[in-house]
Design a protein around this ligand. Structure first.
Ligand code: ZN
Length: 269
C-alpha cells in the first residue's frame, strides 16, 4: 500500500512535469474507483493549468485554476508521467494529457479516488487530519496532549490519522522500537520525554524512507517498469524470531488492532 513516503516521492517525481502545464485532455477508461468518477470530470479539467502539487497525508492535491483535484492511490494505485506515449494497459484507468507528456493513473484494485473540490483542506476526507509529521505542530507537547488519559495502545494512537498523518504500520513499528516504547503501552502512561523520542523516531523512519524513495524517483517518470514500493532497513518489522539488533533478544510478533506488530521485549517498555 502506498504510504506517505511513496506518495511524497510520487509528488516530487511528478511535480516538475506538471506544475505550470495545462491539461489538454482527460481520458477516462474506467470510472469505477472507490467512488465513481464524476461524469463532468473531463469537461471540468480540460484547459486548466496546474498551479501547484502538494501532499496532505497520503492525498495528493493538484491546485488548478478554478478547482482542486484530490488523488488518493488507495491500496494499489500509482501515478506515472510518460514523456513518450505508451499504449494503456488493463489497469490504466485515467490519463491527464499535457503538451509535454501524459500523467497516467494505474490502480489494479481500484480503491483509489480522484475528486474535484473547491478547497481540498475543507473536504471531509482531509479536514480532520492531524498534523504532518514534519510540521512544527507535531511536537512532544502536542502528542502528550493527545495521549492524556487515553488507554488506547500507543501504536494504534500513533497510526490514527486524526492524531498525526502518515504513520503506517511499518513506520509505527520501527518508530516505537527506536523510541524504546512497547507498542501495547497505554498512550496516557508515557512521559513527555519518551514521547519526544517517539516524535524523533517517526521523523527518522519517514526521512529514511523518503531518502530511499529518491533513488527510485525515475520509476515514477520512466516509461517502463512498475514504481515498486521501497523499504527502509528494518529493525523489527517482519523480523519475528530474529535477534534484536541492540540486545540479542528475539523479536516478538503480536497482533494489535488487527495489524502485525513487532517489538523487542528487552528494549521496549
Ligand atoms: Zn532489544
Amino acid at each position: 500500500m502506498p504510504e506517505l513516503p511513496e506518495v511524497e516521492t510520487a509528488r516530487r517525481g511528478i511535480a516538475p512535469h506538471v506544475v505550470g502545464q495545462q491539461i489538454r485532455q482527460i481520458i477516462v477508461r474506467d470510472r469505477r474507483l472507490r467512488w465513481p468518477l464524476s461524469k463532468r470530470l473531463e469537461k471540468q479539467l480540460a484547459g486548466q493549468s496546474v498551479r501547484a502539487l502538494r501532499r496532505r497525508g497520503k492525498y495528493l492535491v493538484f491546485e488548478l485554476a478554478t478547482t482542486e483535484m484530490i488523488v488518493h492511490l488507495g491500496m494499489s494505485g500509482n501515478l506515472r508521467f510518460l514523456v513518450t506515449p505508451l499504449p494503456a494497459g488493463k489497469h490504466d484507468h485515467v490519463d491527464w494529457v499535457f503538451t509535454n507528456g501524459t500523467l497516467r493513473y494505474n490502480d489494479p484494485r481500484r480503491f483509489g479516488c480522484i475528486l474535484l473540490t473547491k478547497h481540498a483542506d475543507n473536504h471531509p476526507l482531509l479536514r480532520n487530519l492531524g498534523p504532518e509529521p514534519f510540521s512544527d505542530s507535531f511536537t512532544a507537547d502536542y502528542l502528550y496532549s493527545t495521549c492524556a488519559g487515553r488507554r488506547v495502545a500507543i501504536k494504534q494512537h500513533l497510526m490514527n490519522a486524526n492524531i498525526v498523518v502518515g504513520v503506517g504500520n511499518i513506520y509505527a513499528n520501527e518508530a516505537l522500537f527506536r523510541a524504546g516504547i512497547h507498542p501495547r503501552r497505554a498512550a496516557g502512561r508515557i512521559s513527555k520525554a519518551r514521547l519526544e523520542l517517539l516524535v524523533e523516531g517517526v521523523r527518522e523512519v519517514l526521512t529514511a524512507a523518503i531518502a530511499q524513495g529518491g533513488t527510485t524517483l525515475r520509476d515514477f517518470v520512466g516509461s517502463d517498469g512498475n514504481p515498486g514500493y521501497f523499504r527502509i532497513s528494518l529493525d523489527v518489522y517482519e523480523r519475528a524470531g530474529l535477534a534484536c539488533k541492540r540486545c540479542d533478544n528475539a523479536i516478538k510478533r503480536i497482533v494489535l488492532g488487527q495489524r502485525a506488530t513487532y517489538f523487542c521485549a528487552g528494549c521496549q517498555r
